[in-house]
Ligand binder design. Structure first.
Ligand code: FES
Length: 107
């Protein structure tokens, strides 16, 4: 068994004068996710880890996050989207289809 059951990485990249996830509420979403995961008692060994990441090279869909080991990519808008990812995917292992980033979205 892996150390964490699920690991979610948020791109928090900023880029001068260019589109990047930090311009689209990525930090707020990351902070909200950390808070929710902790409040739900999911954080830690055998549970969920929420991590910052640099550019994940899928900027056109930003802000983005990816959940491993499932390798499911999400694009989100607000804290209610994050709540849904926490509740359904991080807690129950169910993919939130409406927020999945299409495969053809790159940089
Ligand atoms: S800036 Fe977020 S994926 Fe590139």
């Amino acid at each position: 068994m892996s150390y964490y059951q699920r690991h979610i990485f948020f791109c928090l990249n900023q880029r001068d004068g260019e589109n990047a996830c930090a311009q689209h509420g990525a930090q707020e979403a990351f902070d909200h996710c950390k808070k929710r995961v902790k409040a739900e008692g999911l954080a830690g060994k055998g549970g969920v880890r929420v991590n910052k990441a640099g550019c994940l090279d899928r900027c056109a869909g930003g802000p983005v996050a990816v959940v491993y080991p499932d390798a499911v990519w999400y694009s989100f808008v607000d804290s209610s989207d994050i709540d849904e990812i926490v509740e359904r995917h991080l807690k129950q292992g169910e993919v939130v289809d409406r927020l999945v980033l299409p495969d053809n979205v790159g940089r």
